[in-house]
Design a protein around this ligand. Structure first.
Ligand code: GLA
Length: 377
């Protein structure tokens, strides 16, 4: 990783002058509240210690020049700042410039330290670090809620990924020592202390290193099912109906729409139950809620995959209080909450189970809740 001084040096090497501003933003894991941000639900993610750092300066030209410690350079002409086809990394940065309405050439250097492809929101980290840097550089005075909406718009309308608002919100509003309860309706937040180390616990993050084809279409399709349920039931959002009321209207929905909506309404309840259990320091109940969330994502919402299921079940079989897939699903990472002393044996058991099943060797990470995005200099 480049230190903040080194990113200045890297910027000088890339562009022959010093940056005007540097900023950083973290990736995230979601403790619980999966696939409900786009239904106006409450979610409970936290920012992780891995982050992306950007350094930026105006270049007085009609171009954006993107350089990175990890990826090839890219250049976009100012008059080509339109949603782009293709898999360029620079479109996440360009999308934020576009969504902020900046019409001035820039040089941008990026050091991305959030593992890519692990479902830990490396794209939100890139978008949010860029957004906070530009917000300060151009004195735009946007608050963090605005920046969350702007970066989501960059991803939805410029990059073309129909994500919700959880990842950008927590990357901007993360708080050291806390999981952040985000109300996705108005983006108000409450910091819920998550001092697991004091309780002898650790949160293991397991990247399955798989990424199944279904990812893009599967996400949009499920989002559409939730919207369909809302329309048929004539309610403002799935946030506005209890589990019992939703069940009582089962006959109005086709089976797929019902079961997907059922995941959403039960997951919303599990988030609030988790907050309650955390407030009581009842980690056994937190573990059970994580397991129930995984089962719902696997069986009702059908966004898990054999690798995630194996990781979660192996962790629990070897003593974890609870484990579940995180993020969009169809691959990416799972989390397991366990006593610190059990972590090494859980890791070995997962490695062995994955090997025996002929799956890729997973990567392990761990992180306490960290602060959200900030300007460094
Ligand atoms: C992805 C999206 C988020 C959220 C999760 C599922 O990470 O970017 O907005 O919908 O999936 O909870």
């Amino acid at each position: 990783m480049l230190s903040s001084t080194n990113i200045n040096e890297a910027f000088v090497r890339a562009f022959g002058k010093s940056p005007e501003i540097t900023a950083q933003a973290p990736g995230r894991v979601n403790l619980i509240g999966e696939h409900i941000d786009y239904s106006n639900g409450f979610v409970l993610p936290f920012a992780i210690k891995y982050h992306t750092t950007v350094a930026i300066a105006r270049n007085g030209l009609n171009i954006f020049r993107f350089s990175s410690a990890q990826k090839p350079d890219e250049v976009i002409e100012l008059n080509q700042l339109v949603p782009l086809e293709g898999e360029t990394w620079g479109r996440y940065v360009a999308g934020v410039i576009w969504a902020l309405g900046i019409a001035e050439g820039l040089d941008i250097f990026v050091d991305g330290q959030v593992p890519v492809g692990a479902g830990l929101s490396s794209s939100a980290a890139l978008e949010c670090s860029t957004a906070v840097a530009l917000n300060t550089l151009f004195n735009l005075k946007r608050d963090v809620k605005d920046l969350a909406r702007i970066t989501q718009r960059a991803e939805n309308d410029f990059v073309g990924v129909p994500c919700g608002i959880m990842d950008q919100s927590v990357s901007l509003m993360g708080k050291e020592g806390s999981a952040v309860l985000i109300d996705c309706r108005d983006l108000s937040t409450q910091n819920i202390p998550f001092n697991i180390a004091e309780h002898g616990l650790e949160l293991l993050i397991i990247d399955t290193r798989v990424h199944h084809e279904l990812v893009d279409g599967g996400y949009a399709e499920r989002r559409a099912s939730c919207e369909k349920a809302v329309e048929i039931l004539g309610i403002p959002s799935l946030r506005d109906i209890s589990v019992a009321a939703f069940e009582s209207r089962k006959s109005e929905l086709d089976p797929t729409t019902f079961i997907r909506g059922y995941h959403a309404v039960t997951e919303m309840k599990r988030v609030l139950d988790t907050v309650e259990a955390l407030t009581q320091g009842d980690f056994n109940t937190v573990g059970k809620l994580l397991n129930a969330s995984h089962a719902s994502l696997r069986d009702d919402y059908t966004v898990s995959c054999p690798e995630l299921d194996l990781v979660a079940s192996t962790a629990v079989a070897h003593g974890a209080l609870g484990a579940r897939m995180v993020g969009g699903g169809f691959g990416g990472s799972a989390i397991a909450l366990a006593k610190v002393e059990l972590i090494p044996s859980i890791q070995s058991a997962i490695l062995e189970a994955m090997k025996n099943a002929g799956f890729p060797e997973p990567r392990f990470f761990t992180s306490l809740p960290s602060d959200g995005a900030r300007v460094l200099s």
